[in-house]
Design a protein around this ligand. Sequence first.
Ligand SMILES: O=P(O)(O)OP(=O)(O)OP(=O)(O)OC[C@H]1O[C@@H](n2cnc3c(O)ncnc32)[C@H](O)[C@@H]1O
Length: 215
Amino acid sequence: MVTFVTTNPGKVAEAREYLDESVEQVAFDYPEPQAENLKTVAAYGARAAYDHLGEPVVVDDSGLTIEAFDGFPGPFSSYVEDKLGIERVADLARAEESQRAAFRGVVAYCDGDSFEATPEPVDTERRGQDLAAEERASATTDEQVDSGAVPVKLFEGVVRGQIVEPRGEGGFGYDPIFEYDGATFAEMGTEEKNAISHRGRALAKFADWYGQADR
Ligand SMILES: O=P(O)(O)OP(=O)(O)OP(=O)(O)OC[C@H]1O[C@@H](n2cnc3c(O)ncnc32)[C@H](O)[C@@H]1O
């Protein structure tokens, strides 16, 4: 059983579809530091959730980065979705020369133990070369961050696409305005989205490690 700490039921639905294990949602709104780096936010979130619940936890911190806006809204995606709404984000992006964007997600696991560091190759899928340098800068996709006294294990996923006018009824958040290979994420089923999405990729790495770690 995996305890997924999130207020977002969309994230849980995707984790359930993906992981064989049963996934229980705990809707604890853990404090998120104001940081530009998703890994930092996820690591501190996992640590805070673990401290609060006293049991092994998984959290997911994710966001949409729009190339023409130098990666904005990124870690502020939730706030921007709330205040501006996805239609206005799409309008702003569509006024730019490039509509290239990426979803990035970090799944973080904390159970109070230390972990062996097992570096993995960078996710090599590229759908927009300009973001490649930024990705190289955060080269490892599986690492541990020392968030306070307890290390947190991190799994990262990225998917590149473009911003379009809203289409589709499925998914959540920015899904209707994020297009990958001709379809928006909101036009895909959960399984189809998981096969390519940032979260699916991060969860795949987590599931591999978690299965082997036999925790
Ligand atoms: O922090 P928790 O409680 O998990 O829930 P949250 O929805 O606030 O999650 P984040 O802080 O990670 O913010 C992520 C933002 O990015 C959006 N987002 C993340 N993954 C997405 C996905 O797969 N499809 C569409 N939007 C996504 C989501 O709607 C939020 O606006």
